[in-house]
Ligand binder design. Structure first.
Ligand code: ATP
Length: 364
């Protein structure tokens, strides 16, 4: 592959005030978003939240009802798909079954009237890039699903777009192949320096692969940040709940304050949590704490206590599903040790501690 990487501001996308309505239905509310050049950026959200609609507007298959889409500072919102230096890899690959692997990969270059020698050279480079060296002569139907996915990627990368859009490209692959392709995609992105905009509803996939993630629901952005920020500092209940498993607890602020704040939970137990804004005494708040930031303890007065309803073994760790004395469910995750440890059984009454540094007060 040509190792001249795109410059820093190449492949920079700015969405400003983007909205999309289908008749009276608003699929995208109003989105302002910057995607940096050379970034692996993921649009994450549940089915129907508008991810595909947003991607289709970037590709040019849909025209925004409102707003601007800038690519490297130029408004492209009303350009036809083939006038944009943007390519898409679809979920179903959309390869040409009657053409060979090499013909598929070289297709766009041929359409653009590139000389044959250049097409051949690029096809070879692309085959090497996706680790299908020597397979150029094969027919698409002779390849496995994972290999077809690689051809689809090579075909989309061959014209060297500034931006590659990927719409749930791994959803048709089995679990193992999917994991391999996640690593592979990340490598391809870094190696080519092309901006990738990746759509998925799989939060684990988003956390593994992305430089940054935008979480969407109901056509609106809820949070944009690095996987670490999104996972450890979810701004609201929706993000906390959608990304990984989260325990949510209701309570009231004991004393006015910010930073470390005492919260009285339902049932009367007081815990310490992190607040990123000043909160008045008596204010009702929701706390979020991940199962891995909780621990089992001996039951004691003044401490959260509950009963174990279910124990689920995961190999690396065990999840304890409890019902607290207040009636609220809570999951405790405990890392397994190789030496086999004594674990409390289903039905046991246990205490629970929350890591105060990792217990956060959510935005309402
Ligand atoms: P999924 O993960 O299920 O593909 P998504 O997040 O990609 O979901 P979109 O396909 O963008 O969601 O759809 C967002 C909303 O817009 C949905 O309610 C959908 O029904 C609606 N929608 C999308 N395209 C059209 C259209 N052409 N006409 C009318 N409504 C549409």
């Amino acid at each position: 592959l040509d190792t001249t990487r795109p410059s820093e501001d190449d492949g920079t996308i700015t969405l400003s005030g983007i909205g999309k309505s289908f008749g009276s239905f608003t699929a995208i509310e109003h989105i302002d978003l910057d995607i940096r050049g050379n970034e692996f950026f993921t649009l994450l959200g549940p089915s129907g939240c508008g991810k595909t609609t947003l991607l289709r507007m970037l590709a040019g298959f849909e025209t925004p009802s409102r707003g601007e889409i800038l690519l490297n500072g130029r408004d492209i919102a009303r350009l036809a798909p083939n006038q944009r230096p943007i390519n898409t890899v679809f979920q179903n690959y959309a390869l040409f079954p009657h053409l060979s692997v090499a013909e598929n990969i070289g297709f766009a270059l041929k359409m653009r009237g590139k000389p044959r020698s250049e097409i051949e050279r690029t096809v070879e480079e692309m085959l090497a890039l996706v680790q299908l060296d020597g397979r150029g002569g094969q027919l698409i139907t002779q390849l496995s699903g994972g290999q077809q996915q690689r051809v689809a990627l090579a075909r989309a990368l061959a014209p060297r777009p500034a931006v590659l859009l990927l719409d749930e490209p791994l959803s048709a692959l089995d679990q193992k192949l999917r994991k391999n392709m996640q690593i592979e995609l990340k490598r391809l992105q870094k190696e080519t320096g092309i901006t990738f905009v990746f759509v998925t509803h799989d939060q684990e996939e988003a956390l593994t692969m992305s430089d940054r993630i935008a979480v969407l629901s109901n056509g609106a952005l809820r949070q944009v940040g690095t996987p670490h920020e999104i996972y450890n500092h979810p701004v609201d209940r929706f993000v906390a709940d959608f990304i990984g498993e989260t325990n949510l607890l209701e309570g009231r602020v004991v004393h006015e304050g910010a930073g470390r704040v005492e919260v009285a939970l339902e049932g009367g137990v007081t815990v310490t949590a992190q607040a990123d804004r000043p909160l008045a005494a008596g204010r009702a708040v929701t706390l979020a704490v991940r199962p891995e930031n909780t621990a089992l303890a001996d039951p004691a007065p003044g401490q959260l206590c509950g009963k174990i309803d279910q124990i689920v073994y995961f190999g690396t760790d065990t999840h304890f599903h409890l019902t607290l004395d207040s009636g609220v469910p809570l999951v405790v995750r405990r890392q397994n040790r190789a030496d086999g440890q004594m674990l409390p059984p289903v039905g046991a009454r246990v205490g629970v501690t929350l890591e105060s540094e990792a217990t956060r007060i959510l935005k309402d």
